[in-house]
Ligand binder design. Structure first.
Ligand SMILES: Nc1ncnc2c1ncn2[C@@H]1O[C@H](COP(=O)(O)OP(=O)(O)OP(=O)(O)O)[C@@H](O)[C@H]1O
Ligand SMILES: [Mg+2]
Length: 235
């Protein structure tokens, strides 16, 4: 199992690393040739964007690996603090708009204001980023709707796409480690996102649920308690 994991990660790291290496080779060649135009401000900006993209995907891969190994050894902990979930969602969506647009996807927001509770901001952000990345990765370039609402003692974040959807018999499997569905046919990602998301939501005494009609899209709901429980308060 561990060897499989290591070879998967190594394989996934090789792609962005190779791309960066090829880029540096090309730049060296251009420098040697005295090709000034290749380093015009405009070209430099585009280079930095491309490099940033490759570097971010390597960082994400490594952080996911660290999380998976923490989960395995029971060392994944959360640090809940007073958090404004409405602000958090706006910030995350704003930060991802460009990426989503590149995938041809519009994100529509409908947020209840000032939903405040005790959560680990960084970890909830990570859950939302995972769900949004999936929504535009598997969402067939259709709009994605993000909503936030409260009821009783709960806050509920909902991310809904109109993409390929998930077959009923696969709807629980996707929360397992390295589970990817063949039908999606997208050669990106390792299948760690939802596994980590589920562990993080559970650590908050919350729940993550999926509803989907294949061909019509998928809806993921993250339900979090609004008030601190003994376990999330670390008591
Ligand atoms: N919104 C969605 N619509 C359709 N299928 C989905 C959706 N979200 C997840 N899936 C399916 O569930 C699988 C597991 O998702 P998960 O986020 O855990 O992994 P991943 O996206 O493949 O890789 P990673 O998140 O590690 O980059 C995906 O490979 C895909 O087959
Ligand atoms: Mg994912």
């Amino acid at each position: 199992m561990r060897d499989d994991f290591m070879s998967l990660v190594a394989h996934e790291l090789r792609t962005p690393l190779n791309t960066l290496y090829v880029e540096t080779q090309l730049r060296q060649l251009q420098l040697e040739r005295g090709d000034q135009q290749a380093f015009s401000p405009e070209n430099l900006r585009a280079m930095i964007d491309r490099d940033g993209h490759q570097i971010r995907s390597m960082i994400r891969l490594i952080s996911d690996m660290v999380d998976v190994s923490r989960i395995k050894s029971g060392r994944l902990s959360i640090r809940p603090e007073k958090t404004n979930l409405s602000q958090l969602l706006r910030r995350v969506v704003e930060g991802m708009t460009q990426q989503a647009q590149a995938a041809g996807c519009a994100i529509r927001l409908s947020i209840e204001e000032d939903v405040i509770g005790f959560w680990d901001e960084f970890r909830i952000e990570q859950v939302v980023i995972n769900l949004l990345t999936n929504a535009y990765r598997y969402g067939c370039s259709k709009p994605v709707d993000v909503t936030l609402a409260t009821r009783d003692d709960l806050a509920e974040i909902c991310v809904r796409d109109q993409g390929m959807g998930i077959a009923e018999d696969a709807q629980q499997k996707i929360f397992e480690k390295f589970e990817r569905l063949d039908a999606t046919n997208i050669r990106e990602g390792l299948g760690m996102g939802l596994y980590i998301a589920k562990q993080l939501v559970s650590a908050h005494d919350g729940e993550i649920l999926v509803n989907s009609v294949p061909g019509e899209g998928a809806m993921f709901r993250v339900i979090l308690p609004l008030h601190q429980s003994a376990s999330t308060a670390g008591i």
